[in-house]
Structure formats: C-alpha cells, structure tokens
Design a protein around this ligand. Structure first.
Ligand SMILES: *[C@@H]1O[C@H](CO)[C@@H](O)[C@H](O)[C@H]1NC(C)=O
Ligand SMILES: *[C@@H]1O[C@H](CO)[C@@H](O)[C@H](O)[C@H]1NC(C)=O
Length: 460
C-alpha cells in the first residue's frame, strides 16, 4: 500500500489555497486577504510540527476599531463567518481594546466543530434605546454549535444601569407587562421593557466558558438553554445587589452541567436551575450579593417541570436573600428529585435553607391543589449565620415534600441576643440524621400516610 505523508498533503493544499485565494482576491477586493493569511499561517504552523495549531481570526483584521465608540458588530460577524468554516479555529477578541457590539448571533448551523472564542479584550453593549428596537431576549448569542469554548481574561459589559434605572420595578417575566408599556417607554426614548440576557447559549453540545467576566447585564448574565455537556469555570458575574432580575447563571433544559470556581455577585439568583435540567454539579462557587442558589420557580402557569440529580457543594454565600432554595408555583406538575446541598457556608443570609411550594412573585396567587412534587432533598453540613430564619420549609398540603434529610446543620442568628424566628416546616417529611443547631422539631419523620406523589415522578 502506498503511504501518504501528511506534510506533503498539507503542502499541496497550501499551494492550491494560495493560488485559489489570490485569484479570489482579484474578484472581491481585499476581503479574502486575511482569510488567506490565516489559513496559510495555520497550515504553516501545522507543517512546522504543531499538530494542535489553529487558524486564528482576529476581529481587528476584519475591520473592528475597538475604540469603544464605533459599532464593531459587522466586523465580529465577518470574523465569525470566517472562523466558522475552519474546524477548531480561534476567533480572537484581543486585549487592549473595547469593542462596541450590538445584538449578535454566532450561529453554528453550518459551522465546523470546536471553535474557540478567545476573549481577552472588552465587549460593551450599546446604551442607546434606538439600537434595541422594541427589546430583545438576548444580546450575544451562540446557537447550534458542536463544541464551543469561550475563554480568556476579557470582559463582557452589558452597561445595564441604563436599563435598571429606567424601570427599577419592571419585570419582563411578569404576566402583566403589556405591549403598551413597551411602546410608551420607546416613545419617551427609554430602554425597551424586554431586557436582554447578556450571553446566551442555545441548542449546543459541549460548551465551555472559562476565565471571562460578565458584568452589569441588563438581565441574566449567562444563560444555557437546551445544551448538553456544559462546563463553566473561573467565571465571574458582577452587578449590583439591587439590579433587578440580574441572575448570575441561568440553566434551562440542559444536562450534564458543571459550574465550578466561580464568583457570582448580582441582583437575583446567583444560579437559577429551571425545568428540564438534570445531572448538574455546582461546586466551589461564591455567591453574594444575590438571592442565593435556586432550583425554580417551577410549574408557573400550570406547567410541568422536571429537575433531577442536582449537587451543590462547597459553596459560600454572603449577604444573600436565601442560601439554597427550591421554589415551585402552585398548580404545576412534574417533580424535583435527587438533590444534594452539602458544605454550604452562609454568612448573614436571610434564610439559608428554603423550600417554598407556594412561590408567588406578585401580591397573591390562587390556591391550587396540584404541585411540582419535591422529594429526595439532602442537606449536609450547612453552617454559618442568618438574619431572618434558619430554615423555611413550606410544602403543599396535597403533595407534601418527602425524603428531606438534614445532617450537621449549624446556623446561628447574627445578633446573639436578638430573638429571631425559629425553623418553620409545613407538610415536610424526612429525617434528621444528626442533632441540629438550632433544633428542627417541626420536620415530620418518615413518610406521609397518603402517598400521592407517584404519578408526578413517573411523568418525568
Ligand atoms: C448525576 O450527575 C452526576 C454529575 O453531576 C453524574 O456524574 C451522575 O452519573 C449522575 N447520576 C445519575 C444517576 O444520573
Ligand atoms: C390559600 O390557603 C392558605 C392556607 O390554607 C390560606 O391561608 C390562604 O388564605 C389561601 N389563599 C387564598 C387566596 O385563598
């Protein structure tokens, strides 16, 4: 059999490409130049022996100014279009520049796999209302990719204060947000009512986010929807504690997710785990300010929600609303099961441990008998200080929480002599594996007599 030397093949490909792209340049002006240089340099590096060498597509080579004032959206789109064609290529956003980029979608529909988005510079969002039209759900989006990595020391800044200040109490997820509100806001030159998530991944498999910072998002900082095999590490989310609805990381319909070594400071949940999530492992994370690490709210508008196999461990929470929380709306169906919260250190947290099956973000919600079942929830080694109540378990009358187990709980009131509320439990069944501080006498030991939860688990 004839053996083909890969270096010879690469050399032939290079010759052909150089020939082809120089004729291409004649037709298209300068556009093909960078593409040719990058392909050529990638190949040169491969020929020099670096098997992992990649083609690099620097946004500055595609016309980005990086002056913080010029709209660089088109340059980013062009660099992506080029990077997309080459497997394991790198799209480079270099340090030392500030790139003003409008709403942009990096679609992987026809892209090669394993692209790296190297972010070392800063990307900022436009703050003029006219750019946002009637509002968008996200600012920077990566969709339908097979293997996508965002890494580097760079920052994505949503410049959210123009949105927060405009409508401090506006909640885009609230049912009563009307088109009229948005139209009125626009007429006044205000930011639209729908506030974008800063960075969203959708429908992708093999997503890595590492090193970067996202700050001052108008809404959620980092969102994963319908993704599998997600790794987030050494990530920072940063916005003020009073910025509305600014979740740190939001997970939805995603499986096999690991979030580690991250620092999350924001105005809403540091991590929010929504329906369709399973096999999620969160560890070595700092949260605060913020609302804590939350599963839910699930089951809104009588919807079905399924969440399972969630582990949260070695997490520090400081000055947050809750510590580790499960929240479900009345009227939902489905189940939350197999949850482990362990080695959770709280400091001046209002309510460190919470299950709320009566979650309601408006004044009052209708009482309904169906509920998202909550079962197999384990708390191990939860320690520190609280400012309102150590434990709050409010479970459904028709579908009590089951299998709630607590071990090594040591929670102290911030003010030693000040009388605060004790633990609260309603329709909560499980076991105390150790004595706890304070004593939790309200937990019902064992299982409820009427076991009505089976159908919910089976439906998931
Ligand atoms: C639960 O999730 C972890 C990842 O966090 C995974 O390793 C494990 O296999 C999952 N367990 C089950 C029963 O699916
Ligand atoms: C819902 O049920 C609770 C507990 O039974 C009761 O205190 C509350 O008044 C009810 N709320 C409404 C809106 O019916």
């Amino acid at each position: 059999m004839c053996r083909v030397n890969p270096k010879n093949v690469a050399f032939l490909v290079l010759i052909v490409l150089l020939f082809w792209s120089s004729s291409f340049e004649v037709c298209s002006g300068g556009e093909g130049k960078h593409w040719r240089q990058n392909i050529a340099s990638g190949l040169r590096r491969q020929m020099a022996g670096g098997s992992s060498a990649t083609a690099t597509f620097n946004v500055l080579d595609y016309g980005a100014k990086g002056d913080g004032r010029t709209d660089d959206t088109k340059a980013f789109e062009a660099a992506w279009a080029a990077a997309c064609k080459v497997q394991a290529s790198t799209m480079m956003v270099p340090s030392g520049s500030v790139f003003l980029v409008g709403a942009i979608s990096f679609s992987g529909l026809n892209c090669q796999p394993n692209i790296v988005f190297e972010l070392d510079g800063k990307i900022i969002a436009p703050t003029s209302s006219s750019v946002w039209g009637s509002g968008l759900l996200q600012w920077i989006e990566f969709t339908k990719l097979k293997g996508i990595t965002i890494r580097g020391k760079g920052t994505i800044d949503g410049q959210g204060s123009v949105w927060w200040n405009d409508s401090p109490t506006f909640d885009p997820t609230a049912e009563d947000s009307t088109t009229n509100d948005m139209v009125n806001a626009e007429l006044k030159g205000k930011m639209p009512g729908t506030r974008p998530t800063a960075l969203r991944f959708y429908g992708s498999n093999g997503v890595t986010v590492t090193g970067i910072t996202i700050q001052n998002s108008p809404q959620t900082h980092l969102k994963f929807d319908t993704c599998t095999s997600v790794q987030v590490s050494d990530f920072t989310a940063s916005s003020p504690g009073n910025s509305p609805n600014t979740d740190g990381i939001h997970l939805q319909n995603s499986q096999d997710v690991v979030i580690s070594g991250s620092n999350l400071a924001c105005g809403d949940d540091c991590v929010s785990i929504q329906t369709g999530c399973s096999n999620v492992y969160i560890h070595t994370v700092k949260c605060g300010p913020g609302h804590g690490i939350s599963i839910g709210g699930l089951g809104k508008d009588n919807s079905k929600a399924c969440v399972s196999n969630i582990t949260v461990r070695d997490v520090t929470l400081q000055n947050t609303l809750t510590g580790v929380r499960i929240k479900t709306w009345q009227g939902g169906s489905g189940a939350v099961q197999q949850v482990m919260f362990s080695n959770i250190q709280v400091s001046e947290v209002e309510i460190p441990i919470m299950i709320d099956q009566f979650y309601c973000d408006k004044g009052s919600c209708k009482n309904q008998s169906s509920a998202v079942a909550v079962s197999g929830i384990n708390y191990v080694n939860i320690q520190g200080t609280y400012t309102v109540k150590p434990v709050h378990f409010a479970c459904s009358d028709s579908l009590p929480c089951t299998g709630v187990s607590l071990s090594t709980i040591e929670l102290k009131s911030v003010q030693e002599n000040h009388h605060l509320d004790g633990p609260f439990c309603w329709e909560t069944y499980g076991e105390l594996k150790t004595t706890t501080e304070p004593p939790i006498n309200c937990l019902e030991i064992g299982k409820p007599s009427k076991a009505g939860t089976h159908s919910n688990f089976e439906s998931c």
